[in-house]
Design a protein around this ligand. Structure first.
Ligand code: SAH
Length: 356
């Protein structure tokens, strides 16, 4: 069986080469690229200024990635929408659409499942199924734009999966997303969150893409971090911070340190002190996330008083800190929960409604 290239994986230069190889004029590539990445065509047949003969040639030579929308849940608390999409091979991925005063933000998945094993995360429980192509990552943004009819200004790669475990497709995705001839989202408005795969952080720093990096820290020392995140056995916090410093040096983008607060696990005053000492002198800020309990684990979120006390300690120590505004609490906001719920329902298993 011949595996055809996914047309939305191709940069404009690559597409131009392919179109020329088909014996067509190169300006056609520009038109096709615009249909794919600006007009957000749903199919080759949408391309009305492309001849039927050329459309047929395209169909014979390229895959056209589509996602089927299975479920859209809308929060009654804020206007957050959560999308469950089905891929061509019958897997499920989830994405979230959030409205902020500064624009619309989409949180996308980078993999189906995840193999990083973070203890509090629902996406990783059944392991990794496969990585998503650049086109499948883009298509989450495109399909949400088609459905909502609104322009997306920010994209965060903080859904299911570890983006650095799908590095080449991630970089391709960012290049396509920020391409001036495409949707042209500003690289400054793209955030990639990683559990801390150090060599890949350094590689990303070299890509000349001024995107924001978020490091999932979640603990003030290696011992505690190992309890929560298996990746901590491969890379120490000091190696992660060194890579983040390098990222800052190269991109001048401040790194965001994600810290999910788990009651009685990583949220006491000593831990706030230790975290402050750890991050002093590093260019970044801390984003506190009250953990979203998942039913498979016994983790509980810290109460409000504890969260504010933790924040105060960091502030007093001169660390920039914000508490993540929770969006879509009522619609399975935490990554991987909606997909798990859907898979369980499909298998006829009982399932609680999760929370974030
Ligand atoms: N693999 C990437 C993206 C994961 S999701 C990473 O590790 O950064 C984005 C953030 O949500 C990460 O910081 C992740 O650790 C955190 N997260 C995952 N499940 C969570 C939960 N149930 N409660 C709070 N934060 C969670």
């Amino acid at each position: 069986m011949v595996i055809m290239k996914e047309i939305k994986n191709l940069t404009l230069t690559e597409l131009t080469d392919e179109i020329k190889a088909l014996g067509e004029a190169s300006y056609r590539a520009k038109q096709i690229y615009e249909w794919l990445h600006v007009k957000l065509a749903r199919d080759f047949d949408d391309m009305s200024n492309i001849s039927v003969a050329l459309r047929n040639k395209l169909k014979e030579n390229f895959e056209f990635t589509k996602l089927t929308t299975v479920r859209v849940s809308e929060s009654k608390i804020d206007s957050t929408k959560k999308f469950l999409f089905e891929t061509k091979d019958g897997n499920y991925i989830e994405s979230v659409w959030m409205q902020y005063h500064h624009g619309n933000s989409v949180c996308i998945s980078s993999q189906i499942g995840c193999r990083m094993g973070c203890r509090f995360c629902a996406s990783t429980i059944d392991g990794l199924v496969r990585s998503l192509s650049a086109a499948e990552m883009l298509e989450q943004v495109y399909e949400i734009t088609r459905i909502t009819g609104e322009r997306v200004s920010n994209v965060v790669v903080m859904g299911m999966g570890e983006p650095m475990d799908n590095y080449d497709n991630l970089v391709k995705f960012v290049k396509l997303l920020t391409c001036p001839e495409g949707l042209n989202i500003s690289a400054r408005n793209v955030t990639v969150s990683t559990c801390g795969i150090v060599p890949k952080i350094k590689e990303l720093a070299e890509e000349n893409l001024p995107i924001t990096l978020a490091l999932s820290l979640h603990a003030p020392n290696d011992e505690k971090r190992k309890e929560l995140m298996p990746i901590a056995n491969s890379y120490s916090i000091s190696e992660c911070l060194e890579a983040c410093d390098y990222y800052f040096e190269k991109t001048k983008r401040r790194v965001s340190f994600e810290y999910s607060l788990v009651a009685g696990v990583n949220d006491n005053d000593e831990e706030a002190e230790e975290l402050s000492a750890l991050l002093r002198g590093h260019n970044g800020h801390v984003n506190l996330i009250p953990v979203n309990p998942i039913k498979e684990r016994d983790f509980k979120r810290s109460d409000k008083t504890r969260i504010y006390a933790f924040q105060n300690k960091l502030e007093k120590n001169g660390i920039n800190v914000t508490i993540r505004r929770e969006m879509g609490r009522d619609i399975d906001g935490a990554c991987g929960q909606l997909r798990r719920r859907h898979n369980e329902e499909a298998r006829g298993l009982d399932s609680d409604k999760g929370c974030i």
